[in-house]
Ligand binder design. Structure first.
Ligand code: SF4
Ligand code: SF4
Length: 374
C-alpha cells in the first residue's frame, strides 16, 4: 500500500484533535548546541533525565535508526485562569486530565491510523513531553511556531499555550517553512517573571522557575523563591499570561463543559482549597490525584506548595491548619509550615513550642529563621 499523502496525514492528525500539524527534519539542528550549553551551566537543576537523555536529544536517530522527518504536533490548551475556589493557582496545562495520558493517546492513535493508511508498521516513534527540550526544537524546525524570549514555542496562529508532541518517521515528507513572527521588541515575560528566571531573552534558569520549584524540585524550596511563588500551587503561567500572543488561542474564553473533555477542570481544581491540599493524607492523595498531572509534584511537594501559598496569602484563618502541619511526619511540610506561619504572624508561640521538640536540623533551621522574623 502506498504511503498516505501529506494532506491525508494532516487531515487525520486534525481529526484526532491536533490543532497544528507541521512537517520538519528529525533532528534539532542548532538547538542541540544551545541545549548542551544550558546543561553545562547546570540550569536544569535536579532534572537529571534531561542530562541523561543528552545523546538522544542531540540526535533522535538514536531512538530509532532511519528517521527522516518529524510530524510535529500541537494542541492549543489556552483557557481562563485556573484557580481553586480559594484562589490557589494551577497552571492551565495541568487543570484537566493528565496531559501525558491524553496526548500520548492521541499520538498513538495517529500512529495507528497512519499505519492503517499505509505507513510501514513499526517505522514511527511517538513522543509527548518525553524530552521537552527536544520537542521544542523539533517543533520550531517544523514551523509549529517561533522560539520566544520565554524559551517557549509560540504559534503565530494559536499562541503560546501549546502542548507539543511529535512522531518521528522514516518518510520523506515535504518540510514546512519556519513559522512567521517573533517577539520583536516585547519584553513582557522577562519583566513579569516573579522570580527573574528568564535571565535574558531565550535564557531560562530552571532552578529559579516556579514551574520547576513547585513541580520537579524535591525537598525545601530556596527561601528567596517562596514569596515570589504567590498563590501558585502547581506550576506558573505568568510568562504566558502576559504574552500578547495569548489572544491567538482559540480556547482562551472557553469554560468548563464547553472545553474538550480532556481539558475540563478536574474536581480538585473546582472544589479543593489550599488547606485541603495541606491536610491531605496519603490515602486521599492516592485516590484523588490519580489521572492528574499534579501528581508529578508528589504529595509532599503539593503540601509544601500549599503551605507556601497560604503563607503568602497572609490570612490568619490559615494558622490553625499550619500549626497542625508543624507536627506533621514530613519534615518538608513542617519546615514550610514554619515559614508560612512566620509570613503571617512570626509572634505566634507555636513556633517556639515546635522548636523545643524538633529533631530534624533542616526544620530547626526553618523554625529559627521564622523566629528571627519577629
Ligand atoms: S513559568 Fe513563571 S517563574 Fe517560570 S519563567 Fe515563566 S513566569 Fe518565570
Ligand atoms: S511576552 Fe513578549 S517577549 Fe515574552 S514570549 Fe511573549 S512576545 Fe515574546
Amino acid at each position: 500500500m502506498a504511503e498516505p499523502s501529506p494532506d491525508t496525514i494532516r487531515s487525520i492528525a486534525h481529526e484526532i484533535g491536533f490543532d497544528v500539524v507541521r512537517f520538519g527534519p528529525a533532528d534539532p539542528g542548532e538547538h542541540a548546541a544551545h541545549f548542551l550549553r544550558w546543561l553545562e551551566q547546570e540550569r536544569h537543576g535536579t532534572m537529571r533525565y534531561l542530562a541523561d537523555n543528552r545523546e538522544r536529544i542531540q540526535d533522535p536517530s538514536r531512538w530509532r535508526a532511519g528517521v527522516r522527518s518529524t510530524i510535529a504536533l500541537a494542541v492549543d490548551y489556552g483557557g481562563p485562569a485556573a484557580a481553586l475556589p480559594d484562589g490557589g493557582r494551577v497552571a492551565r496545562y495541568a487543570v484537566g486530565r493528565d496531559y501525558h495520558r491524553w496526548l500520548r493517546d492521541r499520538v498513538f492513535s495517529l500512529r495507528e491510523r497512519l499505519e492503517a493508511a499505509g505507513v510501514a508498521y513499526g517505522s514511527m516513534n511517538g513522543g509527548a513531553d518525553a524530552v521537552p527540550v527536544l520537542e521544542r526544537a523539533l517543533a520550531v524546525r517544523a514551523g509549529i511556531g517561533f522560539l520566544a524570549k520565554s524559551a517557549m514555542v509560540i504559534s503565530p496562529t494559536h499562541g503560546p499555550y501549546l502542548q507539543l508532541a511529535e512522531l518521528l518517521t522514516g518518510m520523506d515528507l515535504p518540510f514546512d517553512a519556519p513559522a512567521a513572527g517573533s517577539c520583536g521588541t516585547c519584553t513582557a515575560c522577562l519583566d513579569a517573571c516573579p522570580t527573574g528566571a528568564i535571565t535574558a531573552p531565550f535564557q531560562v534558569d530552571a532552578r529559579r522557575c516556579l514551574s520547576y520549584t513547585t513541580i520537579e524540585l524535591r525537598g525545601f524550596v530556596p527561601t528567596e523563591l517562596r514569596q515570589p511563588q504567590g498563590q501558585w500551587l502547581f506550576g506558573c503561567d505568568v510568562c504566558l499570561e502576559v504574552c500578547p500572543f495569548t489572544r491567538k488561542s482559540a480556547r482562551l474564553h472557553e469554560r468548563d463543559a464547553a472545553r474538550p473533555r480532556d481539558l475540563q477542570p478536574h474536581r480538585i481544581v473546582q472544589t479543593w482549597t489550599l488547606v485541603d491540599v495541606l491536610a491531605m493524607d496519603e490515602a486521599r492523595y492516592q485516590s484523588e490525584f490519580v489521572g492528574t498531572a499534579m501528581r508529578r509534584a508528589t504529595r509532599s511537594g503539593l503540601r509544601r506548595n500549599a503551605a507556601v501559598a497560604l503563607g503568602n496569602r497572609g490570612d490568619d484563618a490559615a494558622l490553625p491548619p499550619l500549626f497542625i502541619a508543624l507536627r506533621d511526619d514530613d519534615p518538608i511540610v513542617r519546615g514550610h509550615a514554619a515559614w508560612a506561619i512566620a509570613a503571617i504572624d512570626p509572634r505566634r508561640p507555636e513556633l517556639e513550642t515546635a522548636l523545643a521538640t524538633e529533631t530534624e536540623p533542616l526544620v530547626q533551621a526553618e523554625l529559627q529563621a521564622a523566629l528571627a522574623r519577629r
